[in-house]
Design a protein. Structure first.
Length: 262
């Protein structure tokens, strides 16, 4: 306030101080900036780009101006010539969108239900089989666990392939499976040293049947069906002919290179 500014007297009414409408403030002039006056500060081209920026905000679902600028600067919106200056100019002219203000000022109180239990269907209620194996991604070992019939996959990174670490990681996955309400009955794995050493411990602690499927596959006989024998004979016959023909071509080329033609 300056020395020549008018004095405003606030009277106490109902426990608060209010300014009476009969005071000098009622006779003073109040200047309000309108959208039309704000547009006069920019060129016609700048106002058109501000309008287009406003349309862009509407198509994006009315994000905040800062969020929209971040999306533009990071290349999240392609084939768009709107810049961050256009968005800032649109907010300066029109202010924040009403839809944005309505969406942010709505407060919904959600009461969490702590007693809610996961709904398990008939397929999920059946006993699941854990298919465990060690998978490598660029040399990094991961403990892979796939549940069937559910076809849910659990993967955990292993710092090393020690028995203690594999057992601790597998125990964490088993606890997660049990916490979700799924039942286990069998564990299938490769006949590796780490899994074989944990076989008795897993059976005693969790009651799961550990099946080393790799040993069964390795002991299975590998026989060629009799139907494939004629095809195998033709393959060997034409392979030998092709080999002999290649040797003959090489011999002819060597004779021609030495100046002696057959």
């Amino acid at each position: 306030m300056t020395h020549d500014s008018p004095e405003y007297v606030f009277e106490r009414k109902l426990g608060i101080y209010v300014l009476s409408a009969n005071s000098k403030a009622h006779q003073e002039e109040v200047y309000v900036t309108t959208v039309k006056d704000t547009k006069n500060a920019f060129t016609k081209y700048e106002v058109e780009r501000a309008d287009r920026a406003r349309v862009l905000l509407a198509r994006l679902g009315y994000p905040s101006t800062a969020k929209a600028i971040q999306m533009l600067n990071r290349g999240g919106i392609i084939n768009c010539d709107i810049t961050s200056s256009d968005l800032l100019r649109a907010e300066e002219i029109y202010g924040p969108p009403i839809a944005l203000l309505k969406g942010k000022m709505v407060k919904n109180t959600v009461t969490p239900n702590k007693d809610e239990k996961p709904v398990i269907g008939l397929q999920e209620a059946e006993h699941q089989t854990m298919n465990v194996d060690i998978m490598y991604v660029k040399g990094i070992p991961f403990l892979l666990n796939i549940l069937t019939l559910l076809r849910i996959m659990f993967a955990a990174k292993l710092k090393s392939k020690t028995i203690q670490l594999i057992f601790a990681t597998l125990t964490g996955q088993i606890s997660d499976i049990s916490a979700r309400g799924f039942k286990r009955s069998k564990l299938r794995c490769d006949p590796e040293g780490g899994f074989t050493a944990m076989k008795d411990t897993l059976s005693q602690k969790y009651g799961d049947t550990v099946d080393a499927v790799g040993s069964v596959a390795a002991s299975a006989p590998h026989r060629v069906p009799l139907l494939f024998l004629p095809l195998l004979f033709h393959f060997l016959y034409y392979s030998i002919l092709l080999l002999l023909y290649s040797i003959r071509l090489i011999s002819s080329w060597r004779i021609s290179a030495s100046g002696v033609y057959p």
